[in-house]
Design a protein around this ligand. Structure first.
Ligand code: AMP
Length: 543
């Protein structure tokens, strides 16, 4: 027997309609590429999203076509989020930190028909325009006068002029209604080998992820929040935060290109930000600015940190020094991206502060909608006892099934293998010990490079640390620690290794320390261990 409730498709346009109707005057604040602070609100974002939809119609861009962005976090990017997907086209957010050749490859693979870019990325456009003949329109996210006579590129339209031509038409525009399984946005993964692969999200997967994200045990977003997504809108839809903000009517604050500690701090304070989201590197810059200047937060209550392992020392600093709760989260492009968040349960409230910190430092508890398991070499499921580890497999309505344009399924018996190696405890807390290709196996025993790195960065002189397994005549592999020191700090190998005493088993302690000026990072800020191994190819163990 079928239920007798209304059948309504879950569409991204529902979100902006809701925000306009119920939270129309809630502010959307952006630090712009132009340098100033721009203020708009949900009603205006809705109006201009419709202008985007009409402008695409006027260009005869068919439904299903990909419309790409090379843009920072800002209100114009937000308008494209709703205008492109809401009008049944696919928003393709491109990571501008990739090399121009890689970007051109992605644009051609996605068959982008329109490409909208912030003026900061004009040099990229100058390099790729001739390599991407399929793009019919190049649109600079700027006002008309800025776009006239651009050096080195012809036929670039001004976004503001593009929208202005549609004001009248947009007044009578109704969002189209279509199947909720229709593709809504496309994001390529930052694979370290081979070509990037596209994760193609649907309206349904985005909406379900969006509901889950706002839950109290996830990001707990509400109309009382002023939300700062430092995580880029070009990286897995800023973890879905723009959509959930529309769903709950939160205020959004966008940092634009200014991600340094001072700029982010000023934005948090001036916009009464209550909730922020970003990768550990960004928060390290923020704390690095606040400490020497003896600054404090007056509004920030919680921050979600993910995308890479958040060191215990960072969680401790946020909580104890600044009174900000850290939610350590894990996910990936193929998962829209959220899988786990480190919120405690009632029974954990009686634990000591140290034990709570240990729990919070894990990658978190699985959220409703995602199912996970860990499997051993034979493919058998491992127990959830917090000790056994294995390859982490996931499934759920916002987890990938196929990569874009790939014939074969990405799944193994219905589960997506994440490439991460993890433990899961009795309470569902998952802890990543490594990427499967980064695990260190010494004398048959596994060593977690993440654990070793976390301990290293708690040393007061260490800015960044990477641990890699290097070939060893006796133990097959031994851990080598690569360290970048903070500016004007000195430390010897012995100083650094001393910090492991009592915190790691003897055999887990790195055998040597190499000091470098920097550690190579990929386009999403993750350490590129493949590149690091190339740099270390001539390394020899002492004696
Ligand atoms: P991406 O698809 O670029 O977002 O990368 C996803 C990968 O980043 C995951 O498979 C993990 O290896 C890593 N990652 C994401 N969040 C965390 C975290 N909290 N701790 C450790 N690794 C993480």
């Amino acid at each position: 027997m079928r239920g007798l409730m209304q059948q309504q498709n879950l569409l991204i346009s529902n979100l902006i309609q809701f925000a306009e109707k119920n939270h129309g005057d809630t502010e959307i604040v952006s630090r712009r590429v132009e340098g100033d602070i721009h203020v708009t609100h949900w009603a205006e974002v809705s109006k201009r999203s419709k202008q985007v939809a009409c402008a695409l119609d006027a260009m005869y861009i068919p439904t299903g076509s990909r419309v790409a962005t090379l843009a920072w976090n800002g209100y114009r990017h937000l308008e494209l989020y709703f205008g492109v997907s809401g009008s049944e086209r696919v928003l393709h957010t491109i990571n501008p930190r990739l090399l121009p050749d890689q970007i051109a490859w992605i644009v051609n693979h996605a068959e982008d028909q329109v490409l909208c870019f912030d003026m900061t990325f004009l040099p990229i456009v100058q390099k790729i325009k001739s390599l991407c003949p399929g793009v019919k329109a190049w649109i600079a996210l700027a006002a008309e006068p800025q776009v006239q006579d651009l050096e080195g590129v012809a036929d670039v339209l001004s976004y503001e002029a593009w929208l202005a031509s549609q004001v009248q038409k947009a007044n009578g525009y109704e969002w189209p209604v279509f199947d909720e399984n229709t593709a809504s946005s496309l994001c390529y993964t930052s694979g370290t080998t081979g070509h990037p692969k596209g994760a193609l999200y649907s309206h349904r997967s985005t909406l379900l992820h969006c509901f889950s994200l706002a839950l109290p045990d996830v990001f707990s977003m509400s109309a009382l929040d002023s939300v700062l997504p430092v995580v880029p809108m070009f990286h897995v839809n800023a973890w879905g935060i723009p959509y959930s903000a529309a769903m709950v009517g939160a205020k959004l604050v966008f940092p634009g290109p200014a991600l340094d500690g001072k700029s982010v701090y000023e934005l948090i304070e001036s916009q009464n930000v209550t909730f922020a989201a970003g990768v550990p590197t960004v928060w390290q810059m923020l704390l690095g600015h606040m400490k020497p200047n003896q600054l404090h937060f007056s509004s920030l209550k919680r921050t979600v940190i993910g995308g890479a392992a958040c060191p215990e020392s960072m969680i401790h600093a946020f909580q104890e020094d600044y009174g900000v709760q850290v939610l350590h989260a894990w996910g990936m492009t193929e998962m829209s991206p959220l899988g786990t968040v480190g919120n405690l349960k009632i029974k954990h409230l009686n634990l000591s502060k140290e034990s709570q910190l240990k729990l919070r430092a894990k990658q978190g508890r699985v959220i409703y909608g995602v199912d996970m398991k860990i499997v051993g070499d034979s493919g058998a499921s491992q127990p959830h006892d917090g000790k056994a580890f294995g390859d982490l497999h996931v499934r759920g309505p916002w987890v990938i099934e196929h990569y874009f344009k790939e014939e074969s399924s990405a799944l193994i018996e219905g589960w997506f293998p994440t490439g991460d190696v993890a433990t899961i405890d009795e309470d569902g807390f998952m802890q990543i010990t490594d990427r499967s290709k980064d695990v260190i196996k010494s004398g048959g025993e596994w060593i977690s490079s993440i654990d070793i790195e976390n301990i290293a960065v708690s040393h007061p002189s260490v800015s960044m640390a990477a641990c890699v397994g290097m070939p060893h005549h006796k133990w097959d592999e031994r851990p080598l620690l690569v360290v970048v020191l903070k500016a004007e700090q000195t430390a010897s190998k012995e100083d650094i290794l001393k910090i492991y005493e009592g915190r790691a088993a003897k055999w887990q302690i790195p055998d040597d320390v190499v000091f470098l000026d920097s550690i190579p990072l990929g386009a999403t800020g993750k350490m590129l261990k493949t590149r690091l191994r190339e740099i270390l190819c001539d390394y020899k163990w002492p004696n």
